[in-house]
Design a protein around this ligand. Structure first.
Ligand SMILES: Nc1ncnc2c1ncn2[C@@H]1O[C@H](COP(=O)(O)OP(=O)(O)OP(=O)(O)O)[C@@H](O)[C@H]1O
Length: 421
């Protein structure tokens, strides 16, 4: 008995000691986070110079043009705009030109009211005034904004990141006002920097707003594998202890992220997660093997996010496919899936969608990679879809477990005769 306790104790000690004595991997993991702004931005010189050229009139006391910045996700738009505007603020102090830069992320600040209120509140230390984040008539907030901004001669640069989200949610009224505000001000001058990774949103803009916003445009092309390698190398030097990264790690992270439309965020995530996996394993070096594991983990996490944010009917439909899978009945055709989906809707007291609509939802789940819906020819019986699941039933159930509205589904299973409950 005593001996067994001793063995258990040694085992428990060894768990901690394994991690304690493991060679340290990260010198400073923060450097790999999205929020970190590096001191240098490799391969963005052209865009930095273009933006500096557009904003430089400020230093001569002239109003800069509005500018629209676009490019795919992870191409460095946000980090570059922040970098250039920080530099502008720094140098404008030297030239004694008052410049305010207001950065708003329109994923969060997504209504006309919030945009205006955030701008007013940016000056609260100077004006001693703050607008509540709800409640005022929008016109009044706009009037207050003009009064506060115009209190002195200055340049105000408003950066609207993810501007497409604002337009899609709330229309372009606020942009219309802001791009015309200069004619209503005496002292201050306002310029807009809009950032987006979705060019389609331009279709939602009034042509007059579009032409004011796009007085200048700066394009951010995707990075190729070599460029991503340079970006990662620079960060890796600060993030990891010397000699812990196997030579192949950075090039592999860069190559994998280059396949995903040259996304630097993805490349950084791969490098960070590879290091975390190596650390958890108690390994002394990060190797290619850890990168492949990281790739799989990130894909799984992304899939989880996609499933979590599906609309309710798609979630029920997916659950129908999960049940069929558990019952060994996949591949199934649309009709089979629809029958189970319909029973689930009845069980949950929800009006089912038509089979046609469900067929569209099946195509969407297929496009998202959650299921595989292959059209096969059945000779003289025509064509049908063969539906398979691309994630494990366990995974789906685990995600649904945290969603209160889906709890009833989790109690359902398909009985042997393909009858529910
Ligand atoms: N040239 C670069 N040098 C160093 N780091 C970079 C570079 N480009 C991008 N990054 C890093 O990649 C990540 C993503 O960059 P950023 O957020 O600027 O992309 P984005 O184009 O704004 O993407 P999204 O459209 O998804 O918002 C950030 O962590 C950023 O620091």
């Amino acid at each position: 008995m005593e001996k067994r306790r001793e063995n258990e104790q040694t085992y428990l000690d060894s768990i901690f000691e394994k991690y304690l004595n493991a060679k340290k991997i990260f010198k400073n993991k923060e450097v790999l986070r999205h929020s970190y702004t590096p001191k240098e931005l490799p391969h963005r010189r052209e865009q930095i110079e273009a933006l500096a050229h557009i904003l430089v009139p400020v230093l001569r006391g002239e109003t800069p043009s509005n500018v629209f910045v676009y490019g795919k996700t992870g191409t460095g738009k946000t980090v570059t705009v922040k970098f250039v505007t920080e530099e502008l603020k720094r140098i404008s102090r030297k030239y004694n030109v008052p410049v305010d830069v207001i950065y708003l992320n329109c994923e969060i600040v997504d209504t006309q009211y919030r945009v205006l209120a955030n701008i007013v509140n940016h000056f609260k230390h100077e004006s001693g005034f703050e607008v509540p984040l709800v409640g005022w008539p929008t016109d009044e907030v706009y009037a207050k904004l003009k009064q506060i901004i115009d209190a002195k001669e200055r340049f105000v640069i408003i950066v609207l990141d993810e501007i497409d989200k604002l337009i899609k949610k709330s229309g372009d009224d606020v942009l219309y006002s802001l791009t015309r505000i200069n004619s209503e001000l005496k002292n201050a001058k306002v310029s807009i920097v809009g950032i987006s990774n979705d060019l389609k949103f331009k279709d939602y803009l009034d042509p007059r707003v579009l032409s004011s916003l796009s007085e200048e445009e700066v394009v951010f092309p995707p990075y190729d594998a070599n460029q991503l390698r340079d970006i990662l190398m620079q960060r890796a030097q600060e993030a990891f202890y010397p000699d812990v990264l196997d030579e192949a790690v950075v090039p592999l992270c860069a190559a994998l992220a280059a396949r995903e439309h040259g996304d630097a965020r993805r490349a950084l995530d791969l490098l960070r997660v590879s290091g975390e996996i190596a650390e958890r394993e108690g390994a002394s070096k990060v190797t290619e093997k850890h990168v492949w594991k990281a790739q799989e983990k990130i894909e799984q996490d992304t899939m989880e996010e996609v499933i979590k944010t599906l609309p309710l009917h798609s979630k029920i439909l997916l659950y129908a496919i999960v049940l069929l899978d558990e019952n060994g009945e996949l591949p199934a055709n649309t009709g089979d899936v629809y029958a189970v989906y319909k029973e689930l809707c009845d069980y949950m007291d929800i009006e089912p969608l038509t089979q046609r609509r469900v067929s569209d939802l099946i195509n969407e789940l297929d496009m998202l990679g959650i299921i595989n819906a292959k059209v096969v020819s059945k000779g003289r019986y025509g064509r049908t879809k063969e539906i398979r699941l691309n994630v494990t039933p366990y995974k789906v159930k685990n995600i649904y477990r945290f969603d209160y509205s889906l709890q009833p589904l989790l109690t359902v299973s398909i009985a042997r005769q393909r009858r529910l409950f």
